[in-house]
Write a protein that binds this ligand. Structure first.
Ligand code: PHE
Length: 458
């Protein structure tokens, strides 16, 4: 214990950094692009009147998503540390490090149920490949979904396999693991999406779906549309959890943070829109109900695939894509925890990743069983899965994001942040607008969402 403390006071642990600009960009895009884009975005859009939601989503990206992403990357790079360490370094001898506890805990909890959904995608790769989904109608697919997610052994085993993959990549480290896999996986995802998109465009009657998706119907706008858009932007951009902050901490000083944030946002948005252009017109073409929930992907899409030749191939490709996207996101969540354990508690990368992975697995087991044997178990009226999601996504994420942005806007200060951004001659033309958003618009908006989020839905 004494030695640990002395070590901690000594010099910093040797930190890793990204090997290349492209590697950083792909890894960060990999964090952002995930189940949030491919599954959540089309679903939320479908439930919020299509084009109108897409319009609000764009506005929220400009007002909240982009400024917070710039703030997280800057905080990470300036503090050159994990989600707790940045606060102890930039505001020493204060209690601000406590602001890092929430994102840390949120990473842990969100990853625990994210791995469950990701596990389902693994089960569906296998099922499509084995031909289990082929030829089934919607009812048949619904019972397959039930068997796969309610029989205890399948979801738990799949969740374990997914976490082992995640841990394995994180163990290898920033440059060799996270960055290299990003370089391999991300282009693969884009390729798969484009193939699926082209296939979708050949469906008869696809245009009415596309028009509904892209034409803003302003009458469908309501306050809840705005709330949903804010939640979706935070989730999809990996914000408020320290993931972008941690990735920013591995950035070299000469990287252009505003420009990188812009690229990441554009790609994340692009993938979401592409996924929407695949999923939503498919719903129209096949007369499926957008309110299917998790079944939107796992029940109805295989049904869509079953109506076209080579259905096994399309379905396998689609779930492979979804698993890849989930993996690169899960890596970033685990890295938040691992960076903390390595730098603050002096664990080795292997021990940190393995222990965090095991902890996340254990916490996730009840979530994985919540559709099956633990179906009746309710906490505050919510099943285990929904409870974890509610606590983490509706309470911890917004609160964590709020504290982070107050820190950048008012404590550490936008001036110092802008100076950090400008290091080595990088330009920051929108400094004025960014400072205003970070100090006023973002905290007020998140504060409001937090209060609204306290009221459970339904
Ligand atoms: N952005 C990821 C997605 O869209 C999820 C995520 C959230 C990843 C928070 C890291 C941190 O699926």
């Amino acid at each position: 214990m004494i030695r640990i403390n002395q070590d901690r006071k000594k010099k910093n642990v040797k930190r890793e950094s990204w090997g290349s600009q492209a590697g950083f960009l792909l890894a960060t895009v990999g964090s952002a692009v995930g189940l949030g884009n491919v599954w959540r975005f089309p679903t939320v859009t479908a439930l919020n009147g299509g084009g109108a939601f897409v319009l609000v989503y764009l506005v929220i990206i400009l007002l909240l998503g982009l400024p917070v992403m710039i703030a997280e990357l800057t905080l990470g790079r300036a503090g050159k540390s994990n989600v707790i360490g940045v606060f102890t370094r930039l505001a020493p001898r204060s209690k601000w490090w406590l602001a890092g506890v929430l994102p840390l805990a949120a990473s842990f909890i969100i990853l625990s149920f994210y791995a469950v959904i990701a596990g389902w995608t693994l089960l569906y790769i296998f099922s499509s490949l084995a031909g289990f989904t082929a030829g089934l109608d919607t009812a048949g697919l619904a019972s397959l979904f039930a068997v796969l997610t309610e029989t205890p052994v399948y979801p738990v085993a799949a969740q374990a396999v997914f976490l082992i993959l995640t841990v394995a990549i994180v163990v290898v480290g920033v440059k060799k693991g996270i960055e290299r896999w990003g370089l391999v996986l991300m282009p693969g995802i884009f390729l798969f999406l484009i193939i699926l998109f082209i296939r979708t465009m050949f469906f008869k009657g696809v245009w009415s779906g596309i028009a509904w998706f892209l034409r803003p119907n302003l009458a469908a706008l309501s306050f809840s549309t705005v709330l949903d858009a804010v939640g979706q932007v935070f989730f999809s951009f990996s914000l408020g959890m320290g993931a972008i902050l941690t990735y920013g901490s591995y950035l070299p000083r000469d990287s252009d943070i505003p420009r990188n944030s812009f690229y990441i946002s554009v790609v994340d948005l692009g993938v979401a829109i592409l996924a929407g252009l695949i999923v939503i017109p498919s719903l129209f073409v096949f007369g499926l109900d957008p309110e299917t929930g998790p079944g939107l992907i796992f029940i109805t899409l295989p049904a869509v695939f079953n109506t076209i030749p080579l259905s096994m191939l399309w379905a396998t490709l689609f779930f492979l894509l979804l698993a890849f996207a989930a993996l690169t996101s899960a890596i970033s969540m685990l890295e938040v925890i691992v960076a903390y354990l390595i730098e603050e508690l002096r664990w080795t990368r292997f021990t940190a990743a393995a222990a965090a992975g095991a902890g996340v697995f254990l916490l996730g087991v009840p979530a994985a069983l919540s559709r099956g044997v633990l179906r009746g178990v309710l906490i505050g009226g919510l099943d285990i899965f929904a409870f974890l999601d509610f606590i983490a996504s509706n309470l911890m994420l917004p609160l964590g994001g709020l504290l982070l942005i107050i820190f950048v806007g008012w404590v550490w200060g936008v001036r110092k942040a802008a100076r950090e951004i400008r290091t080595l001659g990088v330009g920051f033309r929108l400094e004025g607008a960014w400072s205003f958003l970070v100090r006023f618009v973002v905290p007020l908006a998140i504060g409001y969402i937090l209060i609204s989020g306290l009221r459970p839905k339904g």
